[in-house]
Design a protein around this ligand. Structure first.
Ligand SMILES: Nc1nc2c(ncn2[C@@H]2O[C@H](COP(=O)(O)OP(=O)(O)OP(=O)(O)O)[C@@H](O)[C@H]2O)c(=O)[nH]1
Ligand SMILES: [Mg+2]
Length: 361
């Protein structure tokens, strides 16, 4: 799972990247001009895994991870293939939008206006997509003149529809696409098709927005009627200070603001939700570990995430749920209550399942 951080220049992308990755990438104007993106891997905070680990006391605790890449600032109206190309392979885009006021940090658009910037950067992605579509359509039309081919015709249909959609100023992530169409055009890796999280980087004078109950529980609400889109707010500066605090002090700090978690944790959770990802756990004396799968994945495929052998030689999965484990305290107690079940290949794994894979390999 990989997310790309994008935004106009000097909006706080690298500041937020550093908080997320506990990294030390250089921030500030000169740093932003380098072409090489910053890359970092982030542990997904998981209180359930912490609890399991405290019970099993394993040698190793392994969290799920998300990889973030932080590219240079995008500019409006420029062909920016270089800046955009590392984004083709990501699963989601995180658009950092400047909401903080600070005279000492110049704004590339002259004034602070989050909604305008969200729109404008989306246009950049959409223009890049239109360019790829036009190039491909030209080719396809030529080929179709020479030979009739149903697959190519289907592709052309899709491209025409996508182009019209983009020209109506809507990103592809909001267009409905059939499953077979998805496969057909996957290779294009359209940028405006990727799930999007808008992150407003707010100033210290806007911290009140963080106290809003919606934020502490679920992040700000996703924009209405916009598929594959989420939004949240973060204070880059505050998060940078928070990331220096020892965990006990951090808890006090957060509760002073009436918050259950840091903005970083919220952002990672929002990313998870947007991508429809869930976690299951494996436990034991050697290792307690969280694994990431897409909601609806069956037991055999989930086993394959751990190791392909486990999927190839899958017999059954021994499954219980985290909530039941918390309630009853030990695996033995769960067994006695009949809450430790055997499930077959097709069992759809649930978020919070604790699994042991029985295999013949
Ligand atoms: N006041 C204030 N300044 C911030 C905040 N976040 C970042 N900055 C400042 O804004 C400037 C740019 O921050 P960066 O994190 O380098 O921004 P960037 O988006 O990575 O910039 P480029 O990579 O150049 O496009 C730095 O001087 C930061 O200290 C914030 O929340 N409040
Ligand atoms: Mg930067």
């Amino acid at each position: 799972m990989k997310a790309g951080i994008i935004g106009l220049s000097s909006v706080g992308k690298t500041t937020i990247f550093n908080v997320l990755t506990h990294g030390q990438a250089a921030a500030g104007p000169a740093a932003g001009r380098k072409a090489e993106p910053n890359v970092g891997v982030v542990k997904v905070p998981d209180a359930r895994l912490d609890f399991l680990s405290s019970k099993f006391n394993p040698e190793k605790t392994t969290y799920a991870t998300v990889e973030f890449i932080d590219v240079q600032g995008l500019e409006r109206g420029k062909g920016q293939d270089m800046a955009l190309s590392p984004l083709r392979t990501v699963d989601a885009l995180v658009h950092v939008v400047r909401a903080f006021q600070d005279e000492s940090v110049p704004h590339s658009e002259g004034s602070v206006d989050p909604e305008r910037d969200k729109r404008h950067l989306d246009y950049e992605l959409m223009l890049a997509d239109i360019a790829s579509i036009e190039k491909r359509m030209e080719r396809l039309e030529k080929d179709l003149k020479k030979i009739k081919n149903a697959t190519l015709e289907k592709e052309l249909d899709y491209l025409q529809r996508a182009k019209a959609w983009l020209e109506s100023e809507k990103p592809l992530r909001e267009m409905e696409v059939g499953e077979d169409e998805k496969k057909l055009v996957k290779g294009f890796a359209f940028l405006s098709e990727k799930p999007m999280i808008y992150v407003e980087n707010i100033g210290e004078d806007q911290l009140d927005r963080l106290r809003h109950t919606d934020v502490s529980s679920e992040g700000v609400k996703p924009p209405a009627n916009r598929a594959n889109t989420e939004q949240t707010i973060i204070s880059g500066k505050l998060e940078a200070e928070m990331s220096e605090l020892p965990s006990e002090e951090l808890k006090t700090f957060l509760s002073d603001y009436g918050l259950a978690e840091s903005g970083t944790e919220r952002l990672i959770r929002t990313t998870y939700r947007l991508l429809g990802l869930i976690s299951f756990f494996t436990v034991g004396e050697e290792e307690c570990r969280a694994w990431t799968i897409t909601g609806g994945t069956n037991a055999q495929n989930a086993a394959g995430v751990i190791h392909t052998d486990l999927s190839d030689h899958f017999i059954r999965a021994e499954v219980c749920h985290y909530d039941d484990f918390v309630k009853h305290g030990t695996m033995q107690a769960l067994k006695e209550k009949g809450l430790l079940r055997l499930e077959g290949k097709e069992y759809p794994v649930k978020d919070g399942d604790i699994m042991t894979i029985r295999h013949s390999g």
